[in-house]
Design a binder for this molecule. Structure first.
Ligand code: MG
Length: 260
């Protein structure tokens, strides 16, 4: 094979090996990608109001789950809508939007139960995947976790880009209070051959405090191993049903404004 053809086939070979990696159980040491220092400073957030603006797509209004489906099989989402909120059902797994998005502004609120137990990553773990590229935990995760008084690796605490970038500050409210994320997601773009044309960027406010400032992503966020980009055009937004044994968390007031 001449070198020009070999080069042309390289993205296909890379995509194939990435796909193979998706289908095999992760190997290696998860601790290899944990960062523990420096610990982001603690900031006490103020109060703020975030009703959806007139042009928003309302994804959860406190009652209807019509905008959501189960990630594993696209059946109707089975999480429980009650009392104006949506509570994770760990048994039925991740849920995602029926709509697909490129770049957008997203608002969502979440609450760690007051009686939460556990520690580290096993204390109120969930997450919002800004682009879900597979039925499991594939995609680009902004971590959701009880980080009020709960030590873990800092690139895995609340408002981190999971296993990539710690938040600039820890703006957590205590368990039992509502937390807000306001997120600006600039989707990555890919050339026709699948190579990365422009990386993804994300800006995140946690309870009104800037915690990710136009952060460039290195690829999808993995539990084990280095981030890798996988080409996609548009994708659902996914909420994580994490397998930790602590009580499930809840969401409310979720809306999105597509930017393209
Ligand atoms: Mg998570």
């Amino acid at each position: 094979m001449n070198s020009r053809i070999a080069l042309a086939l390289l993205p296909i070979a890379l995509a194939a090996s990435a796909a193979a990696a998706q289908n095999t159980p992760p190997a290696g040491d998860p601790k290899a990608t944990e960062q523990w220092e420096p610990v982001p400073p603690v900031v006490t957030p103020g109060q703020r109001d975030a009703a959806p603006p007139s042009d928003a797509v309302v994804l959860f209004d406190g009652r209807s789950l019509d905008q959501w489906e189960a990630s594993k099989d696209h059946s109707p989402a089975h999480w429980k809508a009650h009392d104006g909120m949506l509570t994770v059902d760990k048994a039925t797994g991740n849920i995602q939007t029926r709509r697909r998005f490129k770049s957008y502004q997203l608002h969502l609120e979440w609450q760690i139960p007051k009686n939460v137990t556990g520690e580290g990553q096993a204390r109120g773990n969930s997450g919002v995947f800004l682009a879900s590229t597979g039925p499991g935990d594939e995609g680009y995760e902004v971590q959701i976790l009880d980080s009020y008084n709960n030590k873990t690796y800092v690139n895995g605490q609340a408002a981190s880009i999971y296993k990539q970038t710690p938040p600039l500050a820890n703006a957590m409210r205590p368990p039992g209070e509502w937390q807000a994320y306001d997120i600006v997601w600039t989707a990555p773009s890919f050339a026709a051959d699948g190579s990365l044309k422009s990386p993804a960027y994300v800006t995140v406010f946690h309870n009104g405090v800037l915690v990710q400032n136009h952060t460039q992503l290195q690829g999808e966020t993995f539990y084990i191993g280095k981030p890798v980009y996988k080409p996609y055009v548009d994708a659902p937004i996914k909420l994580q049903a994490h397998g930790d044994p602590s009580a499930p968390i809840s969401f409310r007031n979720i809306w999105v404004r597509p930017l393209d």
